[in-house]
Design a protein. Structure first.
Length: 158
C-alpha cells in the first residue's frame, strides 16, 4: 500500500539578481547555481503589484516562473536506475526548461523603522518534464507554500 512519506533535502544556491522596485510595482530576475543539493543552474523571474493600506503594511501579488537546467530537473524530478529498483517508480530522466509557473501573495508589516515581519503564500504548477515525472504523477502537480520571516534593516555607513 501507499503511505505518507517525508523527505528533507538541504540545498544551497548562490547567484545574482536584478530587480526594479517602485512604490506600487516590483520586478526581479535571478540566476543561481546550486553548490549543495544540486550542481546545476536555476533561474526565477517574477513581478508584483503592491498596495499599502497603511504606512506600515504592504500587500503584494504577482506571477512567478522557475526555469531549471537539465541537471536541476533530473536531480529533483528524475528517477535513476538505483532509485527505480528500490521504489515503485519507473526510471525517468527529466530535462530542464520551464519547471513551474505560479503566483505569490505576500504581506510585509514594519514593526518599527528597523524591524519587520513578512510572509507569503504561494501556488506553483509544475510543467514540462517536472510535471511528467513519476514522482509528481504519484502526488500533485500543484504545489503550495507558506513563508514567514522576520526582517531587520542594517545600515552600513561608509
Amino acid at each position: 500500500g501507499r503511505g505518507i512519506w517525508l523527505a528533507l533535502e538541504v540545498g544551497l544556491e548562490l547567484g545574482l539578481g536584478l530587480s526594479y522596485t517602485a512604490r506600487n510595482f516590483d520586478a526581479f530576475a535571478e540566476l543561481r547555481y546550486g553548490v549543495i543539493g544540486h550542481d546545476s543552474v536555476v533561474g526565477e523571474v517574477g513581478a508584483d503589484v503592491k498596495v499599502q493600506p497603511t504606512d506600515r503594511l504592504t500587500l503584494s501579488l504577482g506571477p512567478r516562473i522557475l526555469l531549471g537546467s537539465d541537471d536541476y530537473a533530473d536531480t529533483y524530478f528524475g528517477v535513476d536506475m538505483a532509485e527505480a529498483a528500490a521504489s515503485d517508480f519507473p526510471a525517468y530522466q527529466a530535462d530542464g526548461g520551464l519547471v513551474s509557473a505560479g503566483v505569490e501573495l505576500g504581506a510585509r508589516y514594519e514593526l518599527s523603522d528597523t524591524w519587520g515581519i513578512e510572509g507569503a503564500v504561494t501556488w506553483d504548477r509544475l510543467t514540462g518534464d517536472a510535471q511528467d515525472s513519476p514522482i509528481v504523477q504519484q502526488g500533485d502537480r500543484d504545489q503550495y507554500g507558506l513563508r514567514i520571516g522576520v526582517t531587520r534593516l542594517i545600515t552600513l555607513d561608509f
